[in-house]
Design a protein around this ligand. Structure first.
Ligand code: AP5
Length: 213
């Protein structure tokens, strides 16, 4: 049976969200992005969103207990019974252990490998749609019409608060310290698949699909 319980791993800006959205459509499974969920909560002005914003804008990780709680709730939904793509979770050893504690066994962890120089270039030019979550890049993937979302037509693409230089630096530090140890964790479990993220998005997608069989 095809692998349908997937997780995207990799540094900020590696292209996890870009690939997770594509794979979600192709494989017809839910795309679960903790970053998107936290940004939605922030836009809605909930207490969770207000608390998370302090960490996100500084490039810090939101506390484990908070993120584990929202993922545990999301994984109870009926639309994930047949598969899902986790994007941005787990991000610490504690989150990875909590996921296993929920009885979730991942079929594959897709580790998107990109140089630090490249992720800085990608994050520096990213544009996001506040309505549908589509992601663009000023240089590598510009919208067809300047400032307008190709997917939903929303006018006014925005630069994320945490795509400012100081926050980008801190996100890379957090990734190295807290998330990169998961590469070894999942390699030892035998579920890790390295993916060359330096290629064009369509080539990255094709390689992932080939790897998933
Ligand atoms: P989150 O939203 O998950 O951010 P991230 O992991 O830093 O990842 P990004 O969304 O920045 O990058 P990406 O890898 O998805 O790249 P993308 O596809 O957009 O989390 C944000 C914050 O929320 C965290 O810092 C933390 O505070 C909090 N948080 C979330 N989850 C948490 C958790 N589990 N625990 C604790 N805190 C948590 O691509 C980037 C750019 O590159 C785009 O412009 C895109 O168009 C372009 N691009 C993509 N692929 C290519 C390519 N192949 N070639 C050229 N350009 C490309």
């Amino acid at each position: 049976m095809a692998k349908r319980k997937l997780m995207m791993l990799g540094p900020p800006g590696a292209g996890k969200g870009t690939q997770a959205k594509r794979l979600g459509l192709i494989l017809d499974v839910a795309h679960i992005s903790t970053g998107d969920m936290l940004r939605d909560a922030r836009r809605a002005g909930t207490s969770l969103g207000v608390e998370a914003a302090r960490y996100m804008d500084a490039g810090e990780l939101v506390p484990d207990a908070v993120v584990i709680g929202i993922v545990a709730e999301r994984l109870k939904s009926s639309d994930v019974a047949d598969g899902f793509i986790l994007d941005g979770f787990p991000r610490t050893r504690e989150q990875a252990e909590a996921l296993r504690g929920m009885g979730v066994e991942l079929d594959a962890v897709l580790n998107i490998v990109v140089s630090e120089e490249e992720v800085v270039r990608r994050l520096g030019g990213r544009l996001s749609c506040g309505n549908c979550g589509a992601v663009f890049h000023r240089e590598f993937n510009p919208p067809k019409e300047r400032g307008v979302c190709d997917s939903c037509g929303q006018v006014g693409l925005f630069v994320r608060e945490d795509d400012q230089p100081d926050a980008i630096r801190q996100r890379l530090v957090s990734y190295e310290a807290k998330t990169s140890p998961l590469v070894r964790f999942y390699r030892e479990l035998g579920t890790l698949e390295d993916v060359d993220g330096s290629l064009e998005p369509s080539e990255v997608e094709a390689n992932i699909l080939a790897g998933l069989g």
